[in-house]
Each structure stands twice: as structure tokens, then as C-alpha cells.
Design a protein around this ligand. Structure first.
Ligand code: 13P
Ligand code: SF4
Length: 314
């Protein structure tokens, strides 16, 4: 069998794979975006690595005709909604987000009918169809600002993450109508994990994501989006950091702070969906120009309103 008819992963390894991705990227004028939880080699081949808000802003602003989105499905959908004329590719369509699957457009309509006049604030960890039923979106980076921007007399339905919602309630003093969604990865972190690691590393900085249940968030020094975690760690004089979020975050933190030690609060805080993307699948996506994210025009239009209002507010 000649090498030329072997499938690409058998021909391309390591640097070779990265070279071929970069070649195809140039040929298609593509931009590779990666979330902070992606595996290290995917983060390293990306043009930009960030949190959901930063990735949305990049997707909205890019001049590149092709975006390869390395994250989970709702993030790539958001890129498509914000840049509908662009081709948005994903390495693997199976990379979903169980939290986003916990809420449906029908459920949003049912909640609206139960609470007439309430403003629906929806976390970006939701499908484009759910966003299209919402008034405004938020991410973990701007949820507090978005809720604060809503007049105090208005009732607010906050979807779908109950723990981010509780965090926003504590920060703003507003009472929100919460939903029962949650992140199956972040609920694995327990307050006892933080106590144990604090005891072992008494001088460490403790960072946690607001998707963590309240007892974890309440005992962390910093509760923030993934990219704000990165800036807080950089700014901190602490040499040890206890990390209360998905394990992929440690790659970026270690790359940016080689002199610091990172201790995962919980070894099983691993989002399987974030981990299905690989260099091979990025290469195949650029070779085949597939899988591509497509959405009905009415969903794009509906979701765009809620996302544009978020980007304009914070
Ligand atoms: P960030 O927006 O903070 O990066 O979080 C996204 C996410 O899915 C966390 O589980
Ligand atoms: Fe969804 Fe949780 Fe994975 Fe984030 S970490 S993508 S919220 S399942």
C-alpha cells in the first residue's frame, strides 16, 4: 500500500500533524478557536484560547471565512449565530454539553407562561433554539453584570444552571426564579475536597468556577470564569493554586505560570465532552470541511437577539 492512500492520521504524527493543520488553515484562511478546557495539544494549535465570552467575541469579530471551533456544541452554535455567513466546523459533533441538554425551548415557553412579564436570562450553555426563546444571554464572566442591568422591579427567570444562578443571587442580592440544571462535571467537586487540599496546602490560592455547588464556591478565594481564573492566578503572589474546575484548565495555567504548582481539587472533574476533540479530528475537519454547524435562519435570528443584547451589555 502506498503512503499516499493511507488515511491521514497514519501518515501524520506529532509535529507533522500540526504542520498539516497549519497548511490547511492557511489554505482555507481558517481561524482555530479553543476553549480553556481543551486537551493541551488542541489548545497549543489554536489561534486563540479563552472562555465562552471571549470566544463569542472572537467569533463575532473575525474576518476569517472559516472557524474551527474546539469546545462543545453550544459554543460552536454561538459562533455560527454571531457569524452566520462563516463556515463553522467542529472536530466532533458528539461534543455536547449535558447541562445545555437539560433545558428545551418548550420548557422556556412553559416557564414564561407561569411567570408573565419575567425577563428570561439564559446561560450560553444552552442550545441556539433555547437562546431564541430567551431575552438575553449571559456567560459565567458576565452573569452578575447582565442581571444587574435588568431593572430591579422585573422578575428574572435564570436558566438553566441552578448553581450559577445561586451565585448570581448571592452577588447581586436579587431573587431569581431558578431552574434545576447543573454541570455534571462541576458537581463532582465537594467542599470536603477543598478543605482537604487547603489543609495540605495552607498557603494556596483556591479558585473555583461558579458552576460549582454553593458550598464549594463559598470556600474558594476566587470564583470566576475560566479566563478570569487565568488572570487572577497570574496576578497572585501565591505559589500554589488549588483548582476547582475542569482539569483541562491546568494546561493553560501551567503554561502561563511555570513557576507555580497546580493542585486539582478533584481528580474526576473531567468533562468527557470537552475531551473528544483531538489534533487528528481538527485535521480531518479541515480536510473534509466537515462536520459543519448549520442552523435554521429563524433560530439564528432569534438567538442573535439574545446574544447581541448580552454582548452590548457586558
Ligand atoms: P467559561 O465560560 O467560564 O469558560 O465556562 C464554560 C463552561 O462550560 C464551564 O463548564
Ligand atoms: Fe457542559 Fe460542564 Fe462540560 Fe462545561 S464542563 S461543557 S458545563 S458539561
Amino acid at each position: 500500500m502506498s503512503a499516499s492512500i493511507l488515511p491521514s492520521p497514519l501518515r501524520a504524527h506529532g509535529h507533522d500533524l500540526v504542520d498539516r493543520i497549519n497548511d490547511l488553515k492557511r489554505r482555507h484562511d481558517a481561524l482555530i478557536l479553543a476553549h480553556n478546557y481543551q486537551i493541551g495539544e488542541v489548545q497549543d494549535v489554536a489561534d486563540f484560547v479563552g472562555d465562552s465570552l471571549e470566544l463569542s467575541r472572537h467569533a463575532a469579530a473575525t474576518k476569517h471565512p472559516v472557524i474551527v471551533f474546539c469546545g462543545v456544541h453550544f459554543m460552536a452554535e454561538t459562533a455560527k449565530v454571531l457569524s452566520p455567513s462563516k463556515t463553522v466546523l467542529v472536530p466532533d459533533l458528539a461534543a455536547g454539553c449535558p447541562m445545555s441538554d437539560m433545558i428545551t425551548p418548550e420548557e422556556v415557553r412553559r416557564l414564561r407562561s407561569l411567570h408573565p412579564g419575567a425577563v428570561v436570562v439564559t446561560y450560553v450553555n444552552s442550545s441556539a433554539a433555547v437562546k431564541a426563546e430567551s431575552d438575553i444571554c449571559c456567560t459565567s464572566a458576565n452573569a452578575v453584570r447582565i442581571v444587574e442591568s435588568i431593572p430591579a422591579h422585573k422578575k428574572i427567570i435564570f436558566l438553566p444552571d441552578q448553581f450559577l444562578g445561586e451565585f448570581v443571587q448571592r452577588k447581586t442580592g436579587r431573587s431569581l426564579i431558578l431552574y434545576s440544571g447543573f454541570c455534571p462535571t462541576h458537581v463532582r467537586i465537594m467542599a470536603s475536597d477543598i478543605y482537604r487540599e487547603r489543609k495540605a496546602h495552607p498557603d494556596a490560592l483556591v479558585i473555583a468556577h461558579p458552576e460549582c455547588p454553593a458550598p464549594v464556591a463559598e470556600c474558594a478565594d476566587v470564583v470566576a470564569s475560566t479566563s478570569r481564573m487565568a488572570s487572577e492566578v497570574k496576578a497572585s503572589g501565591k505559589k500554589e493554586v488549588i483548582v476547582g474546575t475542569e482539569l483541562g484548565m491546568i494546561h493553560r495555567l501551567s503554561r502561563e505560570n511555570p513557576e507555580k504548582t497546580f493542585i486539582p481539587a478533584c481528580q474526576s472533574c473531567d468533562c468527557a465532552n470537552m475531551k473528544v476533540n483531538s489534533l487528528e479530528k481538527i485535521l480531518w475537519a479541515l480536510e473534509d470541511m466537515a462536520p459543519e454547524i448549520t442552523l435554521p435562519p429563524e433560530v439564528i435570528e432569534g438567538a442573535r437577539g439574545a446574544l447581541d443584547r448580552m454582548l452590548a451589555t457586558g
